[in-house]
Ligand binder design. Structure first.
Ligand SMILES: Cc1cc2nc3c(=O)[nH]c(=O)nc-3n(C[C@H](O)[C@H](O)[C@H](O)COP(=O)(O)OP(=O)(O)OC[C@H]3O[C@@H](n4cnc5c(N)ncnc54)[C@H](O)[C@@H]3O)c2cc1C
Length: 424
């Protein structure tokens, strides 16, 4: 059979392929490129109209493509229990290789705060275009709008896949159907179901990197405001459990931003045990006394102005009206020189401890990453090959690996996709 070219319109032969990749997300595309560049005849089966729908929305459309920590040992620490499993795959394709892969294909990368790497253009679509071009160049065939319905197997091997447009056959199969976060992008958990049916152990996914919902209404008026240097203290049953410092984004349902997303797993654990509330310290570098002195200085300079006029000068930008609603005892129509000492102290206290009640984690539809997936002891670390079916390889979000935000998820996709494709 002749090698088919990349085309989202063309019907590829349903005959036999060297490698069929099920799912054309980040890890599936990488697996297909890796296999095809190794001389294999490769077909991607993708249920959406186009590939890489989730990749296109990563990093808020900017795509945090990896994390520029080039010491592999340091990099792998972030994956916790999965670290030992990842040594071999990362020795084959590390964050450094991600830089080389994309930059050698005409996509320069830049490194921003916390080592997060982005395309210089800050456009996720440019990352997708590199993948698309590489698929074309490597001669990968693509069947879009083709949903895999069933994995056919016998004697410990996959023998074919049944789709809405017939059966397809290959020597090897890469499962790259993703997890369950943002299901509108196509990842609806099909892979988890198949893996279970095929005899694998699959940990049930829960949203891990996910925004938090809060009970209080006042946050909704702050939707869209992000505050860069905040400390948030989390309390379980009124007792401090843990604290984090960083950027908080207010949304119409609660809290988001890197600091919150990366607290979600711990908050989920706390919520199992009891009610959780938080206090946001808007001035973590300034203690109560120093903050009060700063406020007195602002008051002294504006004695005859109305408190409501100068309030914006003592609170984080954009939060004035919302914070006023939390101080019903204070008359904001009063002149600054008449503000009582206890009211000044109330303001200080509030700015050091803005209270919020966590009502829960947002669901899969808003999750950046969900954990869960096939347990790693059932996957061969050197090849990503299943230990249950000898010609099946598993990549990306289908693997049970917990990680924070910061480019660590896509790096897993590039690494596991590359290794699976090379080995398939
Ligand atoms: C909003 C958001 C922002 C993110 N931002 C970042 C970021 O900046 N940096 C980062 O590192 N990570 C980020 N992530 C995480 C990252 O996007 C994922 O880890 C990654 O896309 C997973 O890739 P994957 O190949 O495993 O699966 P997916 O990208 O989910 O791809 C799976 C593909 O399989 C297809 N498919 C599913 N079932 C079938 C079927 N039955 N038949 C055929 N095809 C099927 C789907 O349509 C889909 O195209 C973000 C995630 C989200 C949701």
């Amino acid at each position: 059979m002749s090698r088919a070219c990349y085309s989202t319109h063309m019907k590829s032969s349903q005959g036999s392929w060297d490698v069929i990749v099920i799912g054309g997300g980040a890890s599936g595309m990488m697996a297909a490129i890796s296999a095809a560049e190794n001389g294999k005849r490769v077909l991607i089966l993708e249920k959406n109209k186009s590939l890489g729908e989730k990749l296109k929305i990563t990093g808020g459309g900017r795509c945090n493509i990896t994390n520029a920590e080039f010491n592999v040992r340091t990099f792998l620490k972030i994956y916790g229990k999965a670290e030992p499993f990842l040594h071999s795959p990362f020795s084959q394709f590390s964050a450094k290789d991600t830089f080389t892969f994309f930059e050698s294909r005409g996509l320069p990368l830049v490194v921003q705060a916390r080592n997060r790497a982005f395309p210089k253009s800050e456009k996720a679509i440019d990352v997708f275009n590199v993948m698309k071009k590489s698929l074309e160049k490597a001669g990968v065939a693509v069947e879009t709008q083709t949903t895999v319905k069933k994995i056919i197997h016998s004697n410990g091997k996959i023998t074919g896949v049944l789709t809405n447009s017939g059966e397809y056959h290959a020597t090897s199969y890469v499962l790259a159907t993703g997890g369950e976060s943002h299901p509108e992008t196509g990842s609806t958990g099909d892979g988890f179901r198949w893996l279970r049916d095929l005899g694998h152990t699959v940990k049930t996914p829960t949203p891990t990197i996910v925004p938090l919902a809060v009970e209080e209404d006042w946050v909704t008026s702050l939707a869209g405001i992000s505050l860069t240097f905040m400390k948030i203290n989390f309390f379980l049953n009124g007792k401090r459990a843990f604290s984090k410092t960083g950027k908080i984004l207010f949304t119409h349902f609660g809290l988001s931003g890197p600091l919150i997303l990366n607290s979600a797993t711990q908050v989920a654990d706390l919520l199992q045990e009891g009610p959780v509330h938080t206090e946001i310290d808007a001035y973590p570098d300034t203690d109560h006394g120093a903050l009060e002195k700063q406020i007195i200085a602002v008051f002294d300079a504006n004695k005859n102005k109305m408190l409501k006029t100068i309030f914006k000068d003592i609170v984080p930008a954009g939060t004035g009206p919302a914070i006023q609603t939390l101080l019903p005892e204070i008359d904001f129509e009063t002149k600054v020189h008449s503000v009582k000492k206890e009211d000044r102290k109330r303001i200080v206290h509030l700015l050091k401890a803005l209270p919020l009640t966590i009502s829960g984690l947002m669901g899969f539809d808003r999750a950046v990453v969900a954990d869960g997936g096939v347990t790693l002891d059932e996957i061969d670390t050197k090849t990503m090959r299943s230990k249950v079916l000898t010609n099946m390889f598993v990549t990306g979000d289908l693997l049970h690996i917990n990680r924070p935000s910061g480019g660590y998820s896509l790096q897993l996709c590039w690494t596991t996709g590359f290794v699976a494709g090379k080995s398939a």
